[in-house]
Write a protein that binds this ligand. Structure first.
Ligand code: RTP
Ligand code: MG
Length: 139
């Protein structure tokens, strides 16, 4: 069996609303192993760089303000087919469009404050994991 990795953040809305434990339970119950994890807060510069791909989008300023508005939990997760399976577990970006039982459907506030991040490719999973964790923090 091949295993691979994805990167996630429990975003400030879900942390503020007390959902860290319930979200981690959904993640581990779905078969993801935790390879790295920390409780931290993004600086404005961190968030601008992490979301640089969206810098021309109209929601970029709002996204950076939201992602720096409080602490987050960031983690590297390991599972066979990790990126695709995790995107399925979290559901659509807009929680109103997210499938029943998905993390965003259960815990997100709206399309901006949508509870969790999930990498969209193996390449971005590696880039995003390395942005948040040094080699010594990954097990
Ligand atoms: P993520 O990167 O956080 O896993 O989310 P995603 O792939 O489902 O969505 P993406 O298009 O990459 O957008 C990144 C984050 O920007 C915020 N967003 N706001 N107001 C809006 O129209 C809007 N669209 C996106 C969300 O926080 C989204 O997760
Ligand atoms: Mg994305």
């Amino acid at each position: 069996m091949t295993t691979n990795k994805t990167f996630t953040m429990i975003k400030p809305d879900a942390v503020r609303n007390g959902h860290i434990g319930a979200i981690l339970e959904k993640i581990t119950s779905a078969g993801f192993k935790i390879a790295a994890m920390k409780y931290t807060q993004l600086s404005k510069r961190d968030a601008q760089e992490f979301y640089a791909i969206h810098k021309e989008r109209p929601f970029y300023g709002e996204l950076v303000a939201f992602m720096t508005s409080g602490p987050i939990v960031s983690a590297i997760l390991e599972k066979e087919n990790a990126v695709e399976d995790f995107r399925a577990l979290i559901g659509a970006t807009n929680p109103e469009e997210a499938a029943e039982g998905t993390i965003r459907r259960l815990f997100a506030t709206d399309i901006t404050e949508n509870a969790v991040h999930g990498s969209d490719s193996d390449e971005n999973a590696a880039i995003e994991g390395a942005f948040h964790f040094s080699g010594r923090e990954i097990y």
